[in-house]
Design a protein around this ligand. Structure first.
Ligand SMILES: Nc1nc2c(ncn2[C@@H]2O[C@H](COP(=O)(O)OP(=O)(O)OP(=O)(O)O)[C@@H](O)[C@H]2O)c(=O)[nH]1
Ligand SMILES: [Mg+2]
Length: 192
């Protein structure tokens, strides 16, 4: 079994509908940060739907590797469909899923490389720490940060998230930077 063997399994808005499994890795981040694109890049296969319209992914989209391993594409937080959605931050669906999900090996928290962590991103990191959920910060769309500015931008973004620069993965689905490392990490987490 390889990441390339990934297949779409189901979409659910009720996390209680997700059956237990042996191991899973999940992709979190604000709307449009590149979660679905990164999942596809890591797998080397276009399984998750990508769109230029923010808020495209509205349910927990679950992808299977064999019978017992999963990747989960989570709806973006911070995309307000209305006042109520805005208040809800990431809402009960995401919280309900992340809490007490025994098989969850890692939550990749995606942060826009150019923008750095937003207030919501920092809240998500704090929340994950408080819940004792394993997380890893991943800066996406690194191709948009010019070569000469990249090192400084990475330091700044890492510092804002309270991390050493090397602990902030720096990736681009567009030019492939950092994808091989993230792929190896994901495969190891899933025990592939
Ligand atoms: N330049 C560049 N653009 C990217 C990269 N990754 C994603 N994008 C673009 O960013 C936009 C959003 O990508 P998605 O993968 O749909 O983002 P998402 O986080 O899944 O968005 P939601 O499902 O709406 O929360 C698309 O237009 C992608 O083509 C990248 O590495 N570099
Ligand atoms: Mg998406």
């Amino acid at each position: 079994m390889e990441l390339r063997d990934v297949q779409y399994l189901l979409s659910a808005t009720d996390p209680a509908r997700l059956a237990p499994c042996a191991a899973e890795v999940t992709f979190l981040g604000r709307s449009n940060v590149g979660k679905s694109t990164l999942l596809n890049a890591v797998c080397g296969k276009a399984v998750a739907q990508v769109s230029s319209t923010p808020g495209r992914t509205r349910a927990l989209n679950v992808f299977a590797l064999g019978t017992d391993r999963r990747l989960v594409d989570v709806p973006g937080y911070g995309f307000a469909l209305g006042a109520r959605a805005e208040r809800a931050l990431w809402g009960p669906m995401i919280e309900g899923y992340l809490r007490g999900r025994e098989s969850l090996r890692m939550a990749f928290v995606l942060i826009d490389a150019q923008v750095g962590p937003t207030k919501l991103d920092l809240q998500m990191l704090e929340w994950l720490k408080a819940e004792g959920i394993a997380w890893r910060a991943v800066a996406t769309k690194a191709d948009r940060v010019g070569g000469s500015r990249a090192a400084a931008r990475r330091r700044e973004a890492a510092l804002a998230a309270g991390l050493a620069p090397e602990r902030l993965a720096w990736v681009s689905a567009k030019n492939g930077r950092g994808i091989a490392e993230l792929r190896a990490e994901t495969a190891a987490l899933l025990g592939l």
